[in-house]
Design a binder for this molecule. Structure first.
Ligand code: GLU
Length: 497
C-alpha cells in the first residue's frame, strides 16, 4: 500500500454518467474525492460523462447536482459553476475527442474497423468454444480512407479501434497495490463508436488529461479498465494520474445493494428523513476508517482525518441498522436550528405528506420537533404526530384502546370526556402550559390519576393511547380540533361491546 503523502494539492474529479439520482455508492466516490481535495487544498471537479446517448436520462444531471449539494459536497470546477476547462459536459467536448482520435489514427495507434455485430458475435462464439478470452484480431493492413468510404457506402458500421500494446500492464493502485493485467486479457478496444461518439475510455482519458486530474479515486469495477487507460495515456503523450480503486460495498448478505432492501439513492434517504451529516458519516466508513474505535465524525473532522492509506482492500457492508443508529444520534444531537432546517428540507421533498400539507407555522414546527427528539428519522414524525395534522374524520380508532379506556366501567372514559368539553371550552390561554396545569388541577379536584384523564383524551384525538405529552399534543392540535374530535367520538361511540 502506498505511503505517498497526500499533502500535495490534488486535482480530482467526480465523473458520473447522467442516469438518475445519485446512488449511495457513487456518493461514496464523490465523498472520498471531495475529502482529499479539501484536505490537500486541491480542486474537486464535477464532470458529466454523457457520451453514451442510449444510457443518458434527461434531467439526471440536475438530480446529481441537487443530491451533491444536499450532501454539502460542493465542487470547485464543473457544471453550473464553470471553471478553466469548461464545458464540463462531455457531449460538448467532441472537438477534443475528435482531435485525439485523429492523432491516434495518424500515428498508427488506432485504425478503422467495419465489423457487423453478427460477425463479432461469431468471432466471440469461436473464442468461447476454444475456451479462450476473445481478442479482436488486428488486421495486417489498416483500412485507409478509401476503405472507410466504401464501408460507409455499404452501410457498414464504422468504428475506430485502439492498437493495444502487446505487453502486460501494471496499475500501481494506491489502495489495491500493484495489479497486473496480462497482455492476453487486453485487446484492440473501440474508441469511437459507429454513431460517431467516443467511448467512455477515450473521453475519460482525454478529459482527465485536459483537466489536469492528478488522482483518480473510483470504484473497483473500473480497475480492469485502467490498463486500457494507461495505454491510451502513453499513446497520446499524457501523464498517468495516480489511481485508487475502492473496494466494493455489498449488502449484509454479501450481494449487490438492491432497492429490495431499502433506499439506495441519496434522494431516497433524504425523503425517508435521514440527515446528510449522518449519511455522509456512515458512507465514509464504507471502506475507510481513521483507526481505533472512533466512528462518529463531522465533515470537517473527516477532512482532517482522511487519508488514502487508511482505505480498506476488503469489501464493506452496508449496515442499514447502523445508519439508522447514526441518524437517531444525529437528530438527538442537532441544535434546534439545524433540526428545523432539516425538517423543512424533509417537508420540501415530501409535499404530499399530511404534515407538509398542514402548512405549519414556524412556531408549530419548532414545537413539534421539541416534542419528538427521540425519532429515528424525520419521517417518524409523521407516524408519531401525523394524527395531529390529519383530517378529523381520518382518525382511525384502535378498538382495543376504545374498549379499555372509554367503555370500561360503564363508559367512565366517555363520561370523563363529557366533563372535559366544558373545561376546555373555558380554558384561557390555549397553551401547552395552561393545558397541562388545568388537567393537573382537574385531576386533583376529581381525585383521579392522570391516566384516567389523559388517556381518554388521547384516544379521542389520536385514535390510540400513545402521543407526545398531552399539553404539547393539544396545543399543537388547537382548541377547535380538540373539541371537534372529542365531540365526534362522543357521538360516534365507535365500538360497542
Ligand atoms: N462515468 C463513469 C461512471 O459512470 C466514471 C468512471 C470513472 O470515474 O472513471 O462511473
Amino acid at each position: 500500500m502506498s505511503t505517498m503523502s497526500t499533502e500535495q494539492p490534488v486535482r480530482v474529479r467526480f465523473a458520473p454518467s447522467p442516469t438518475g439520482h445519485l446512488h449511495v455508492g457513487s456518493a461514496r466516490t464523490a465523498l472520498f474525492n471531495w475529502l482529499i481535495a479539501r484536505k490537500s487544498g486541491g480542486a474537486f471537479i464535477l464532470r458529466i460523462e454523457d457520451t453514451d446517448t442510449a444510457r443518458n436520462v434527461a434531467g439526471a444531471d440536475r438530480k446529481i447536482v441537487e443530491d451533491l449539494r444536499w450532501l454539502g459536497l460542493h465542487w470547485d470546477e464543473g457544471i453550473e459553476v464553470g471553471g478553466p476547462h469548461a464545458p464540463y459536459y462531455q457531449s460538448q467536448r467532441m472537438d477534443l475527442y475528435e482531435a485525439a482520435i485523429a492523432r491516434l489514427l495518424e500515428t498508427g495507434h488506432a485504425y478503422y474497423a467495419f465489423d457487423t455485430s453478427d460477425e463479432l458475435d461469431a468471432m466471440r462464439a469461436v473464442a468461447q468454444e476454444r475456451k479462450c478470452t476473445f481478442r479482436y484480431p488486428r488486421p495486417e493492413r489498416f483500412p485507409d480512407e478509401a476503405d472507410v468510404e466504401r464501408a460507409r457506402q455499404q452501410g457498414l458500421p464504422v468504428v475506430v479501434r485502439f492498437v493495444m500494446p502487446e505487453r502486460d500492464i501494471t496499475v500501481n493502485d494506491e489502495i489495491m497495490g500493484d495489479v497486473t493485467v496480462a497482455a492476453t486479457e487486453l485487446d484492440d478496444f473501440i474508441i469511437r463508436k459507429a454513431d460517431g461518439m467516443p467511448t467512455y475510455h477515450l473521453a475519460n482519458v482525454v478529459d482527465d488529461a485536459h483537466m489536469g486530474v492528478t488522482l483518480v479515486i473510483r470504484g473497483q469495477e473500473f480497475l480492469a479498465q485502467t490498463p486500457r487507460h494507461i495505454a491510451l495515456q502513453a499513446a497520446l503523450g499524457y501523464a498517468t494520474p495516480r489511481y485508487a480503486h475502492m473496494a466494493l460495498t455489498m449488502d449484509m448478505k454479501g450481494r449487490k445493494l438492491s432497492k429490495r432492501d431499502g433506499a439506495v439513492e441519496v434522494f431516497a434517504f433524504r425523503q425517508e428523513g435521514y440527515l446528510p451529516e449522518a449519511l455522509l458519516n456512515f458512507i465514509a466508513l464504507l471502506g475507510w476508517s481513521p483507526g481505533g474505535d472512533r466512528e462518529r465524525f463531522t465533515l470537517d473532522e473527516m477532512i482532517g482525518l482522511f487519508s488514502l492509506d487508511r482505505m480498506n482492500r476488503m469489501n464493506s457492508k452496508f449496515d442499514r441498522d447502523k445508519l439508522l443508529a447514526f441518524n437517531t444520534d444525529a437528530i438527538r444531537e442537532a441544535s434546534p436550528e439545524r433540526l428545523l432546517a432539516a425538517f423543512d428540507d424533509w417537508l420540501s421533498v415530501n409535499p404530499d405528506s399530511p404534515i407538509a400539507k398542514a402548512n405549519l407555522d414556524t412556531a408549530t414546527r419548532r414545537m413539534l420537533l421539541a416534542a419528538n427528539t427521540s425519532v429515528r428519522t424525520l419521517a417518524d414524525l409523521e407516524s408519531r404526530a401525523g394524527f395531529i395534522f390529519a383530517a378529523d374524520d381520518a382518525i382511525a380508532y384502535d378498538p382495543a384502546a376504545v374498549k379499555k379506556v372509554l367503555e370500561k366501567g360503564d363508559g367512565a372514559g366517555y363520561a370523563m370526556l363529557e366533563t372535559l368539553v366544558a373545561v376546555f371550552e373555558g380554558l384561557e390561554p390555549w397553551s401547552e402550559e395552561a393545558i397541562d396545569e388545568t388537567i393537573r388541577a382537574f385531576c386533583e379536584t376529581q381525585a383521579v390519576g392522570m391516566g384516567k384523564v389523559a388517556q381518554p383524551i388521547r384516544v379521542a384525538v389520536s385514535g390510540g393511547t400513545v402521543s407526545p405529552g398531552i399539553g404539547q399534543t393539544l396545543a399543537l392540535l388547537g382548541r377547535e380540533k380538540t373539541l371537534r374530535r372529542i365531540r365526534r367520538i362522543l357521538t360516534e361511540r365507535p365500538v360497542q361491546s
